[in-house]
Design a protein around this ligand. Sequence first.
Ligand code: IPM
Ligand code: MG
Length: 382
Amino acid sequence: MEKYINEAVAQFKSILEEQIARQRRMEKDTAYTDYKKLDKIIIGVCGGDGIGPIISAESVRVLEFILKKEIAEGKVEIRTIEGLTIENRIAHNKAIPDDVLAEIKACNVILKAPTTTLKGGTLESANVAMRRELDLYANVRPVSVPEDNIDWTFFRENTEGEYVLGSRGVEIPDTLAFDFKVTTNEGTKRIARAAFEYAKNNGKTNVAIVTKANIMKKTDGKFSEICHEVAKDYPEITAEDWYIDIMTANLVNPRIRSNFQVIVLPNLYGDIITDEAAQLQGGVGTAGSANLGDVYSMFEAIHGSAPRMIEEGRGMYANPTSMLKASEMMLRHIGFTEYADKLDKAITICTEKDVKYKITGRSDGATCSQLGDYIMETIEKL
Ligand code: IPM
Ligand code: MG
C-alpha cells in the first residue's frame, strides 16, 4: 500500500506543478487571431468515425457551394485532414497523432465530425485533446425553441474542470479510485468574460452562473466567485447563481425556463445540461457547437459517432443537421455573417417549415445527401 500511496503523491505533485504552469501561461497569453485580417482562411475538416465522414462530407458540399467565390479567389481553402480516426488513434496510442495535430494547427479553423470516445482505458477523447491542444476554452451551444420562447446560449468551460485530468486519475487496485477536478482563476475569468461579452453584445440582460458550489466548495466555489467578479464590469447585466440540480429541473419547467438567456458553467455540468437542452429543441442531432479559443476555433456536432448506424448499414440516412449548424456557426465566427444567415434560414426551412425530406435515421426517411441538396436549392432561392 505504501508503494501506491507514494506513487499517487508523486503523481499529484506532478499534475499540480503542471496545472500551476498552465495558469501562469494563461496569465501571460495575448496571442489572438483576427479572421478578418487573414489573406486566406484555411478550414480544416476532420471526418472522424462512424457517421462522421458522411455528415462532414455533406457539410463540405454545402460549404463549397456557399463559399464558391471565396474558394475560387483563393480567400478560403477547405482542407481535408485524414487520420483522426479511432483506428489510427489506437495504432499511435495517442488521442491525436502528432502528424494529424500538426496538420490541424496549420489551419485557422476546424470543422470536426464526431470521433469515437472509448470508455475506460487510457486513450483520451480526441475532442478533449483538441480542445486542450488548441486551447478552445469556450464551448458555445445555442438552443432555441421559438414556440416556447426559449433562446438559450450556454457557455460551457471547455478546457478544465473534470476534463483536464480526466484520463489521469489514481487507482489503487481493489481499493479505491480518485479523479481530479481543476478550476483555475484565469480559466474561469476567460469563460466568464466570454459569456458576459456575448450577453452585452447581443442585448441579453441576464447571465446564470451554474455550479454545485454548496458541495464542490473549492472548485465550483471559485468558479462562482470569479464569475461574480467579472460581472462587476457589466452592471447592466444581472448575474444569478443557480445550482446544477435545480437548473436541470428548471430547463423543463415551462413557468420559468424562458427567463434564462446566457448560462455559464463548468465543463461537466455544461456537457450534461446541453444534451438536455438540445433534446428540448428536437434532439442532439439538431444542435451545433462552437469551441472557441483566442487563436483557433473548432466547430462540431454535439452528438457522438453513432457506430450502430454504420454497423446496421444505415449510414446514408444519418442526419447532417448538427454539422450544418456547426458550419453555420463557423461561417459567422470567421466573418461571413450573410452566408451564415442564409444557411441558418435554409436549415430552418428544410428541417422545420417545409420538410420535404424528413430524416429518420432509417430507410423510411430521407438520406443525408437529399437534405444537403434541398438545403443548397433553398439557399439559391433566398
Ligand atoms: C460533447 C461530448 C464530448 C464531451 C465527448 C464525446 C468526449 O459529449 O462534446 O459534449 O464530453 O465533451
Ligand atoms: Mg456531451
